[in-house]
Design a protein. Sequence first.
Length: 488
Amino acid sequence: MSFDLVLFGGTGDLAWRKLLPALFQAWRHGSIPQDARIIGVARDSLSNDDYRALIASRLDVVESDKRPSAEEFTRFASLLYYLRMDLTATPDYERLAHMLRERDAQTVVLYLATAPNLFTTACQQLGAVGLNTPRTRVVLEKPLGHDLASNRDINAAVRRVFDEWQIFRIDHYLGKPSVQNLLALRFGNALFEPLWRRETIGSVEITIAEQLGVAKRGAFYESTGALRDMVQNHALQLLCAIAMEPPINAHADAIRDEKLKVLRSLVPWSPITLARDVVRGQYTAGTLGGEQVPGYRQEAGVAPDSRTETFVALRAEIANWRWAGVPFYIRTGKRMAAHEAHIAVNFRPAPHPIYRTPLGMSNRLVIHLQPRDGLALHLFSAGSDKRGARAADVQSLAPVQLDLDFDTRFGKERVGAYERLLLDVIAGRLNLFVRADEQEAAWRWIEPIMQSWQESDEGPRPYPAGSWGPSAASALVARDGNTWMEEC
Ligand code: BG6
């Protein structure tokens, strides 16, 4: 199937860090036909060759086994084109329309990897020059707005031009193989379903910890912060994958209907829970991996008295029959002690213990999202039955783990998140994309947090780079008698 993919923001960070490397991988795996066109669009005056050379010079960010050889890049680069455009100027859209009509590919993907304040104008203009044909799909990168109202405005503007089935809202976490595995674990295996409920599960922890700081994105991050950047989208999508009911089939709307129900069942915030169940932090200078790193306020583009949070921990509850009363803890931050994302499903202790088990520990299923992709089931066993253990009246059990490492089992060569999502857009599969009503429900839920922070005199709590965030985050789970996973 022939396609043209137009990459608005074609010289931006996302394009050369994620999108073009992913398209290259897809091409290398034979998933992109040699007659496809990838058209980078930006404001700079570049020829096709300049653009190809620019991309080639940036590909050293790609892991070495995924980097193209010179010969491979030359062949891949023959798919790359460049068009200079000012996204506010109508004649530039006419030039784009002309370029796309040169050959009328079966599918046209318009990927808006630009600042979100351009989405509305870009969609209006694309519609005005007739680029909203049934062959067109539009891809929107997050953040889609900065609050519920702006999110609605963008979605309304996009839907005036495109139908919902043409709109692909990206949350790249949904493309990660580990998230696919989580859905397969829940809905492809009957084993866990009877246990997947409040009677057996005591709490759920979702942690997305990064060691990176804000790097060169200080100015963007200042107006975003961890709540909008990570919680509103990635963390809540993970929560949905854990908490949703089994969908009636694997079609996009069946899955999205169930996720929406979870988002709508999140217990709304009250002044009490806002003060008690949400912690925000901001990293200060510290040591990470043996290196001294600056604090957030010293990063380029960041105000010296910034109140932007680089860390959030919160306790959510879902008001439905399956989950009522079960705390869902979400924690995400930059410059944390480890690069580590996982979901820990903590089971309740045995109802009538006849053995002694290590204090505070119970069965736990850990879904490792990154850097490794795997599953671990934490159990107790009689262990090696050493002399002495039997001497006591009550036998002590030792913690053991059943460990499944998907990287070893299936190889590192699996399709990466952006590669998977881009191929899905080209094929018109919407399963792994977010519907407008899901996004709105997520914004509606976090908005009171944003408001309470704005009204508060207190700023985020400082935490040193290389730590696990402010101590208040430990206190948040300790109140329920719980601990974060690395604290066990
Ligand atoms: C992006 C955020 O959506 O996700 C970044 O804007 C963050 O701030 C990134 O670093 C994390 O993605 P991943 O795949 O590296 O965990």
